[in-house]
Design a protein around this ligand. Structure first.
Ligand code: SF4
Length: 366
């Protein structure tokens, strides 16, 4: 099976691990790829669901890895490919002077990305009527696996250690949306400035579109190299239903914000996460991607993963066939538009582990 299709299969169905301790700790809850483990297949590190309900019944099984972290993936007893698990990062063993383990401040995503949720609370997460139904930002906080507010000094300390000890190559800073009209741009700017003062590490900031476009230049000047503003869902009725709080910022504001941000960060350095499988039609996703690419925005389309404990925990993941159609067409559109994951300075599009998109891009290359 071609690698990109195997990744689609694994991200849709998840895998059963013969040894649940394989690889380093996986996170449950939180923002970003929760309930997943990082695995490397054919040179590409991808996040694969292991703790979701579908994963427990997945036809894909990963054998117990050997001492070097190498194993194989099987289906119906047939070996489909080799897989290896990134080793536990060394910075996880350190703590701040006041006793906070570094892994509660930032974690390793994919193979070489340091990821943090600067503010682990969100105005959109206060009530079930407003919360984004796929989001688990409060779960890891409630379980004590992270801290609510990572200070700029803590982030700088952990980033420096992750570069020195584990060779991380870029950093993702996301945030819950705080009260206030900058929608998180201010805390991203102060956090990026602190990290850049300590270590030379490319940073992607991720927030909702701020109320004023001047925040784009402020974030860039503070050290944010790339920006993510995530549409997640496109169709207005679906946005209202799935993320009623966030839907108050309409798609038109996102498009205007993209148009203002691209000249600041550069073509291809602004991106948007789009969750496939929540009801948007293939045509809707691809038409929006076309619009985004024309603006110079990299559309990072990822399969929706139902996270345990969220209102959408029983919602099915998209089928591998749906992802194949969307990502195959999108890779060709990206190539025609001259945008590449590998050209992004930092962030999810560059990491690519939550989607098979970069594998499709690799295939679409002449
Ligand atoms: S694509 Fe983004 S969210 Fe997914 S593992 Fe990479 S950095 Fe984390």
């Amino acid at each position: 099976m071609p690698t990109e299709q195997l990744i689609n299969e694994l991200q849709s169905f998840g895998v059963r691990l013969v040894d649940p301790r394989a690889g380093h700790e996986s996170r449950r809850g939180g923002a970003g790829p929760s309930d997943h483990k990082a695995m490397t297949i054919d040179g590409m590190t991808v996040m694969v669901p292991v703790h979701t309900a579908p994963a427990f019944e997945s036809p894909y099984v990963v054998e117990r890895p050997d001492a070097a972290g190498r194993s194989s993936i099987r289906r119906d007893g047939m070996v489909l490919g080799d897989v290896s698990f990134p080793v536990r990062p060394r910075f996880y063993d350190r703590s701040t002077a006041d006793g906070i383990p570094y892994w509660k401040i930032a974690v390793l995503h994919g193979r070489d990305v340091l990821a943090t949720t600067v503010l682990q609370t969100c105005i959109r997460y206060q009530s079930r009527t407003k919360t984004c139904q796929f989001c688990a930002i409060g779960q890891s906080l409630a379980a004590g696996r992270t801290i609510e507010r990572k200070t700029p000094a803590q982030l700088a300390e952990v980033a420096a250690a992750a570069v020195e000890l584990d060779g991380v190559k870029h950093m993702v800073m996301t945030t819950g949306t705080p009260p206030g009209r900058d929608r998180g741009a201010a805390i991203l700017a102060e956090s990026a400035a602190a990290v850049k003062a300590e270590v030379d590490l490319p940073i992607q900031g991720q927030c909702e579109p701020p109320d004023q476009d001047i925040w784009f230049a402020r974030m860039r000047d503070a050290g944010v190299d790339a920006l993510g503003m995530h549409l997640e869902v496109i169709t207005p009725e679906l946005r209202e239903r799935i993320m009623p709080g966030k839907a108050q910022v309409p798609v038109t504001r996102y498009l205007a914000a993209f148009a203002a941000a691209v000249p600041v960060f550069g073509r291809g350095q602004v991106s948007s996460y789009i969750l496939a499988g929540l009801g948007d039609a293939k045509e809707t996703i691809l038409a929006t991607c076309e619009q985004l690419i024309a603006l110079g925005v990299y559309p990072f389309v990822v399969p929706f993963v139902p996270i345990s404990g969220t209102p959408l925990e029983s919602h099915p993941a998209p089928s591998p066939a749906f992802m194949h159609e969307v990502l195959g067409a999108l890779a060709r559109m990206l190539q025609a538009g001259g945008l590449k994951a590998t050209d992004i300075k930092a962030g999810c599009g560059k990491c690519g582990a939550c989607s098979a998109l970069s594998a499709y891009e690799r295939e679409a290359m002449p």
